[in-house]
Design a protein around this ligand. Structure first.
Ligand code: ZN
Length: 352
């Protein structure tokens, strides 16, 4: 995840701290040490550290249940409002996802349920600081458990809701419906926040964006499942020669309406030239050969690679098309537009 630092590993799972979590902790300790806000002292700072440990426990129970179902956990990321366990793949069976999602919030509720009788029994014998710590620790666990059960992505409740829906309809529909319920909930939260507590607006924005992002990611991965580069690439590739002038290649682009061409000579792929490259060339240079302007560092793909991976590769390198190579020979080209078309078609089929 962007902006996170790895702090340690447990069961072979890296635990990462999101920078916002780190900043929040830092601010709290600074406030406590220098007495910047009356009431926020070291006891509060310790409480927040305990909370951090609880969040790790919460995530670890998710991971533990997931591992029992054979789902690998890539990493655990801790955010100020909770943690995220990034699974390498989603569990196939909705009942498994439901249990994995429930395990975390249940941990918090169990901690609260176990400690509360203890607090009732010992409350009077403890020092004021310890009593304050215990009481608030119980309260925070209760809040964490309840908050994570909100039926909205990226909270666990969102996953529980999707798993519940997925037993009754297909996975894509279930994701879309769970995401839209989550977004509506976020809007309601924001409205309540305007009147009662501005902090709710902040959470609502987070919930809204999370629901949006999660549903898009799941949708794309699910829709593209099983599609290989070979299935949707353009097989007969129109190529240009390195000695072709900028003017010539631009003409070809306008005629054939492709936005990029491999630069090819004597069976060798030398580079790729796109409309974007050409559009930046000043008019007086348009008699020059395209080899002066092409991209030489080539990112390529193979026919058997799966399209979801390719799309990620294109997005992270910010390229719109990849040449497809097989045994050192150019056998096709695949563009983001090809992938988007495949997505649309799969979506139409799924909606039927
Ligand atoms: Zn959780």
């Amino acid at each position: 995840m962007k902006y996170s630092l790895k702090i340690f590993s447990i069961f072979g799972i890296p635990v990462e701290l999101h920078i916002s979590f780190l900043l929040l902790m830092l601010v709290i300790y600074l406030v406590a040490l220098f007495n910047l806000i009356p009431g926020v002292d070291l006891v509060v700072a310790v409480l927040i550290t305990l909370l951090f440990i609880t969040v790790v426990l919460h995530e670890l129970t998710h991971s533990y249940v997931a591992k029992r179902y054979g789902v690998e956990i890539e990493r655990i990321v801790l955010l100020p409002i909770g943690g995220v366990s990034a699974m390498k793949e989603l569990p196939r069976d909705p009942r498994q996802e439901l249990r994995i999602a429930l395990a975390g919030p249940l941990t918090n509720l169990v901690i609260a349920a176990v400690l509360y009788p203890l607090f009732l029994l010992l409350g009077n014998t403890l020092s004021p600081s310890l009593s304050f710590l215990l009481y608030n620790f119980i309260l925070l666990n209760l809040l964490l458990g309840a908050f994570n059960l909100l039926p909205a992505f990226p909270m666990d409740g969102g996953r529980v809701l999707r798993a519940y829906l997925a037993e009754r309809m297909n996975f894509i529909r279930a994701t879309e419906m769970a995401a839209s319920i989550g977004k509506q909930l976020a809007i309601v939260m924001a409205i309540i926040g305007i009147f009662f507590n501005p902090f709710l607006i902040f959470i609502a924005i987070f919930v809204y964006l999370g629901a949006d992002q999660e549903s898009k990611m799941v949708l794309i991965n699910t829709l593209l499942e099983g599609i290989n580069v070979r299935d949707i690439m353009t097989g007969e590739v129109k190529t240009v020669k390195p000695s072709d002038t900028v003017d010539m290649v631009m003409k070809t682009m306008f005629q054939h309406k492709h936005m990029g061409y491999p630069v090819y000579q004597n069976g060798d792929l030398l580079g790729i030239i796109t409309f974007h490259d050409l559009s930046r060339i000043p008019e007086e240079e348009r008699g020059q050969p395209v080899e002066n302007y092409m991209t030489r560092e080539l990112l390529v793909t193979r026919p058997e690679e799966d399209v979801a991976t390719i799309l990620e590769k294109m997005n992270s390198h910010n390229v719109g098309r990849l040449p497809v190579m097989e045994e050192e020979k150019l056998v096709g080209i695949i563009s983001k537009t090809d992938i988007m078309k495949a997505l649309e078609m799969r979506k139409k089929l799924a909606d039927k």
